[in-house]
Design a protein around this ligand. Structure first.
Ligand code: DAH
Length: 344
């Protein structure tokens, strides 16, 4: 093999083509798909490991020599040079390219927005850095009230010695901004990112996503709340999905409830997703507390309303059976590529 290479090296060094055709013949001979270099690399595959080490280097140098010679001469004959069609293997597959996919949380958010848009809800957004008023006080969390501990807050700035500016812990803060800045009726959903001071694990994260809903008008009742959310669940998880409401507590709603749906994985039969209960909780909701309406300048004797809030990760978990929250924010392509077939 070494002898062969020496001989070819001499040939290459001595090569002085008279025209572009001769250069092309040179290219095909040494660099073509059935050329000498290709052949030498084939032979190389069969030599022993000891020889591989020495020959690998020699072979690569030889290849570089042939390529350099060709590229140098090509400059000279550039205008004349044409690649022979016969050298093109037209049966080779083209270079593949990968189509991107929507993130599962975007898929879920878009679906939720679509469902509520059809009911006449608009989409609203608010800041992720919030003050105490919009995140807590206006929502009827009195100062020092233990309900504030329900949400482990990332405070980032004090005002007059008191924690004031924080990363919002829920999208309920957007309700307040909406009501402060407008006049009823309000019918909106508010998707966004929220933050809580939690250790990151499969079941908890320091940031996640929620969709808040708000409907305020004259004569809005708990029946409206139930029917709206019932409709939402039928659209999201399919006809026949059961719902149940359990009494709960939130400072900003009275009465408050949590809503469960029949487990979307086992259809209520019992599986480890629903901890064998047949039900999974998907959101918190209730009638907007009159104090909240008044805090936002809305006459609670004239207007009533309902609100709800859900975690998008939870909805996505149930839809796509994702058991580890960390997957949503790691940008692992093996995870993300699995959503390519979903409607874009
Ligand atoms: N803000 C609540 C949370 O983050 C979720 C929530 C519950 C929102 C009830 C609401 C509601 O609007 O009515 O846990």
């Amino acid at each position: 093999m070494q002898d062969q290479i020496d001989q070819y090296t001499a040939e290459i060094n001595a090569f002085t083509p008279a025209n572009a055709d001769e250069l092309e013949t040179f290219r095909i001979k040494f660099l073509g798909t059935k050329g000498i270099i290709k052949d030498l690399f084939e032979q190389f595959k069969t030599v022993g490991p000891e020889e591989k080490r020495t020959f690998g280097k020699v072979l690569n140098q030889f290849k570089q020599l042939a390529e350099a010679k060709y590229n140098e001469l090509k400059e000279t004959f550039n205008s004349e040079l044409t690649t022979h069609d016969s050298e093109f293997d037209k049966t080779l597959p083209g270079d593949g390219f990968q189509v991107g996919s929507r993130h599962p949380l975007s898929l879920v958010r878009n679906e939720i927005i679509d469902i509520f848009k059809r009911l006449g809800f608009v989409v609203a957004e608010g800041p992720e850095i919030e003050d105490d008023w919009h995140n807590f006080s206006a929502l009827n969390f009195p100062e020092e009230h233990p309900a504030r501990d329900m949400q482990d807050t990332f405070f980032i700035k004090k005002n007059n010695g008191k924690d004031d500016i924080a990363l919002r812990t829920h999208t309920s803060s957007v309700q307040v901004r909406m009501m402060e800045n407008g006049k009823p009726p309000f019918r909106a959903i508010m998707p966004g990112r929220v933050y809580r001071n939690e250790a990151i694990s499969a079941r908890a994260h320091c940031f996640f996503h929620q969709v808040e809903g708000l409907y305020v008008d004259e004569n809005v009742s708990f029946a409206d709340l139930k029917q709206t959310l019932y409709h939402f669940v039928q659209e999201l998880y399919g006809e026949g999905t059961k719902v149940r409401f359990r009494p709960s507590y939130f400072p900003f709603t009275e009465p408050s409830a949590e809503m469960d749906v029949s487990c979307t994985i086992c259809k209520g039969a019992g599986c480890n997703m629903c901890k064998y209960s047949g039900w999974v909780e998907i959101l918190g909701c209730g009638m907007v507390d009159p104090n909240v309406l008044e805090n936002c300048g809305i006459d609670s004797k004239v207007y009533t309303g309902f609100a709800f809030g859900m975690g998008m990760e939870r909805i996505a978990n149930l839809k796509y059976v994702i058991r580890d929250l960390r997957l949503f924010s790691e940008n692992d392509e093996r995870f993300l590529n699995q959503f390519q077939s979903e409607i874009i």
